[in-house]
Design a protein around this ligand. Structure first.
Ligand code: FAD
Length: 213
């Protein structure tokens, strides 16, 4: 438990014994025909035999109940990897990461991956949650910002307002000429952030996003 409603699960790969994926990709857990839930992989490709998932179980549907009920030794099935929300190392632009609550998971995987690889990271993370217990991995990002001079971290609490987030994004995106945004969380937040970035001159394609809900 990272907090009351945010849980991590570590899955050892049995068959196959390894999973090849890119940081930011997700697994698909089946709940019957045409009914699946997606979970981003919170860990990095460097650990290919054991992956970490992290879920907000507050929504309380079938996926949340499954995640909350996971027990030690239980066998689970999923398909993976999926998704194109991955960091492009050959893109020279400055990344602006924006996450809403549990939407941090793929961004955490990307940042950890870049850090472990010794990548020269020059970017910013803006992380919004309704209160500190909704900012999983907050301590890791504080430590990363201390360790990496080129990385800036802006947690935004306590506030439940998208307006506070977009105000911070507007202030930080002072120059959009060499910017690329990676935005993850709810659809309303993604739309609002895209809108302010485009109003500052960023083109639509430079806002990459992962919509969780
Ligand atoms: C690509 C992708 C990656 C995802 N990765 C993760 C992940 O790493 N961790 C994770 O917890 N979830 C992740 N999700 C969301 C996850 O797939 C489920 O939607 C979520 O767990 C809720 O499932 P549920 O069955 O409990 O609730 P549902 O019955 O599916 O949803 C109930 C209601 O809650 C809304 N909702 C769902 N999630 C949230 C939320 N976090 N905050 C507010 N409202 C919400 C839904 O839109 C719906 O209206 C991801 C989704 C996608 C598409």
């Amino acid at each position: 438990m990272l907090s009351r409603d945010v849980l991590e699960a570590e899955l050892d790969l049995l068959q196959p014994a390894e999973l090849s994926f890119d940081a930011g990709q997700w697994v698909s857990v089946p709940f019957g025909p045409k009914n699946v839930r997606a979970y981003s992989i919170a860990s990095t490709p460097r650990s290919s035999r054991r992956i970490t998932l992290c879920a907000d179980v507050a929504p309380g549907g079938i996926g949340s109940a499954w995640f909350r009920g996971l027990g030690v030794g239980q066998t689970v099935e999923f398909k993976a990897p999926f998704g194109g929300f991955v960091f492009r190392r050959d893109d020279p632009r400055r990344p602006l990461f924006v996450a809403e609550e549990i939407g941090i998971v793929p961004i955490r995987a990307m940042l950890t991956d870049l850090d472990e690889a010794g990548f020269d990271l020059h970017g910013t993370l803006v992380y919004w949650g309704r209160d500190p217990s909704w900012l999983p991995y907050h301590e890791e990002f504080l430590a990363l910002a201390q360790r990496r001079a080129g990385f800036a971290y802006h947690p935004i609490v306590p506030s439940a307002s998208i307006a506070d987030l977009t105000a911070a994004v507007t202030a930080l995106a002072w120059d959009t000429r060499d910017l690329v945004a990676y935005v993850s969380g709810g659809g309303a937040m993604i739309d609002a952030v895209r809108e302010v970035l485009m109003a500052k001159g960023l083109d639509r394609k430079s806002v990459r996003w992962e919509k969780f809900w």
